[in-house]
Design a protein around this ligand. Structure first.
Ligand code: OOB
Length: 577
């Protein structure tokens, strides 16, 4: 079957399943629109699933025809007076959340915001977020969920791409004044008619005033876009990911079931709530779907999160791996009682097996690995997986209807257990990015598989091990070296706490391998010592770093993953200085 993407060189196979690298396939992606074009987007910008496939997801009950607004209505009918949201001093029952959403929907309509309009949302974790999310759903307006760390580059781009009519911000958060950003965004996106501010509005409209007598609005089409997520990539400008009411509701409900949430669950959202992971994997929406309570933490810092865990008896939370050592360190001296914590979900980037193994003792809870993407597919380790499966794998797919392929550089399925690129389609995985025909022509196969760019291998149990990114390779002397593999070896050195391997341009070798390391202790190993250590481990000479660069901390993306782009920029600046 023709694949959308073919790489210029076959993957170097490896029977033991050690990380291997595919060559970047930028160039070859251009030669791939061969057969069928994907179905054209709907007027909303959604690339629909083929009719027969959609019918199958309806018949199986995955897509239940309820909008996010209806879901809240139904949860309120079932759990009305239970506590739904805790945010600072604000405590909302399901009924209060439902009423507030209705009132805000009417207020937004009075401002002229209509079904189908896009609204840029950039709010920290606060009570305003869930109210606004459900208010927009009631109205059929579409939130584009940006992260608090985004700035004019991202927000300006997303405002233009979405043609948003309104932008909802906090006044200030983490020392940053979003009203100033709003002025800059409005200058770039003249279609932005309203800026609504949670807190002190300055020259804009107070979100608290967007509140009036509730009235009914026609329920939007559950098969159409409920919200737009921002793609998590660390390269290029962000893309918008349309998620439908049907698919996102299923995402949240099925996740809640796989993670065994119940009405007794108290979920702490400490990652930015606009990110798919804390929002719906199972996150806030999954917790609400079973009558649990969602506690919104202003940040994932132990100083913010631990007192909330103690006060609200939090049972579940989610972190990206770079934050976990902060928590395990803090747990040693912080007096807060975090004994209510039952499950720590770790996802967003690879969790080192050694770190995974320390979590139960350090934090007194079990760990669950989550390998997910805003584009859809979610993999979870399950409560009945043995501890080594939990430490060593990134879980198995959420749905029986997730179709996974693992392919080599020419788009052929690899042999079982071999590493290849993960392709996926299924009941909650997108069929096309929002308003991005050129990207869509290469990011999807003609038969609708999303090409994730993740290198994985699959165990006979169905669990996946993430081995790196197709493009996260360093091309040194004609050899393609997996950055992830170098990182794993370098991190094994006793003087290294964390490592990111990046390629730096080099006239002779194409790229040089630079190991950027956070030392464990007073100093990092010298280049010579590190190379000797890796040779001793049996690492091939062509994978040895050409340079070691000690840093106190690795730069992180808006959600907290290691940001290699800014790392390379930082090194280039250091070299120029
Ligand atoms: C989550 O979503 P995104 O969209 O910010 O990032 C997705 C990408 C994946 O394609 C993969 O490259 C990486 O992040 N990733 C992991 C991982 N989880 C995500 N790489 C290794 N191990 C993992 N456990 O990051 C996301 C969305 C929903 C739930 C959890 C994470």
């Amino acid at each position: 079957m023709p694949m959308a993407a073919t790489a210029s060189a076959p993957m170097s196979g490896n029977q033991r399943g050690a990380p291997v690298a595919l060559r970047p396939r930028e160039s070859s992606r251009n030669v791939t629109h061969i057969a069928t074009e994907p179905p054209p987007p709907l007027p909303s910008g959604l690339t629909p699933w083929p009719t027969g496939t959609a019918a199958r997801y309806v018949a199986s009950g995955h897509w239940d025809g309820r909008t996010l607004g209806t879901l809240l209505r139904d949860w309120t009918a079932e759990y009305g007076d239970r506590l739904a949201i805790v945010a600072g001093s604000e405590r909302l029952t399901y009924r209060q959340l439902d009423e507030r959403a209705d009132r805000m929907a009417a207020g937004l309509a009075d401002l002229g915001i209509r079904a189908g309009d896009r609204v840029l949302v950039q709010l920290p974790n606060s009570g305003a977020f869930p109210v606004l999310l459900f208010a927009l759903a009631r109205l059929g307006a579409i939130p584009a969920l940006t992260l608090p760390a985004h700035r004019i580059t991202e927000i300006g781009h997303l405002a233009r791409l979405s043609e948003a009519v309104a932008y909802v911000i906090a006044d200030e958060y983490a020392g940053f004044d979003y009203r100033e950003l709003a002025a800059a965004v409005q200058a770039e996106a003249p279609g932005l008619r309203h800026v609504l501010v949670a807190g002190d509005p300055g020259p804009y409209t107070a979100l608290a005033k967007v509140d009036t007598e509730p009235r009914d609005f026609p329920d939007p089409d559950p098969a159409d876009i409920a919200l737009l997520l921002v793609s998590g990539g660390t390269t290029g400008v962000p893309k918008l990911i349309p998620r439908t009411h049907n698919d996102y509701g299923y995402n949240a409900r099925a996740s809640a079931e796989a993670c065994e949430l119940s009405a007794g669950t108290v979920y702490l959202a400490c990652l930015p709530i606009a990110h798919n992971f804390p929002l719906a994997c199972p996150g806030m929406l999954g917790t609400l779907s079973v009558g649990g309570r969602v506690v919104l933490s202003p940040s994932p810092a132990p100083g913010d999160a631990f007192p909330l865990i103690e006060a609200e008896r939090v049972t579940h939370t989610a972190l990206v791996p770079p934050l976990i050592p902060l928590w395990t360190d803090a747990a040693e001296w912080d007096p807060a009682d975090i004994s209510s914590l039952r499950v720590l979900q770790a996802g967003g980037s690879k969790l080192a097996a050694d770190l995974a193994r320390t979590i139960p003792d350090a934090l007194g809870c079990s760990v669950q690995q989550v390998f997910g993407m805003a584009e859809g597919l979610l993999n979870y380790t399950r409560s009945d997986d043995d501890s080594e499966t939990v430490a060593l794998t990134q879980g198995r797919p959420l749905s029986d209807d997730d179709e996974l392929r693992i392919v080599d550089g020419s788009g052929q399925d690899v042999a079982p257990g071999e590493v290849g690129e993960l392709l996926v389609r299924g009941p909650y995985t997108l069929r096309g990015y929002y308003r991005a025909p050129e990207v869509n022509a290469t990011a999807f196969t003609p038969d609708g598989f999303y090409c994730s760019g993740d290198l994985v291998r699959r165990l006979p149990s169905g669990h996946l091990i993430v081995e790196g990114r197709v493009k996260d390779t360093i091309d040194r002397n004609g050899e393609s070296v997996s950055a992830e593999e170098v990182e794993a070896h370098v991190t094994a050195h006793p003087q290294v706490r964390r490592c990111a391997a990046v390629g730096l341009p080099d006239a002779g070798q194409g790229e040089r391998i630079c190991a950027v390391v956070v030392p464990d202790g007073p100093s990092a190993p010298t280049l010579q010592a590190l190379r000797a250590f890796l040779l001793e481990r049996g690492v091939a000479a062509f994978k040895l770093p050409d340079r070691v660069e000690p840093v106190t901390d690795l730069p992180l993306t808006a959600i907290g993953k290691i940001d290699k782009r800014s790392l390379v920029r930082m090194l280039e600046e250091r070299d120029r200085a």
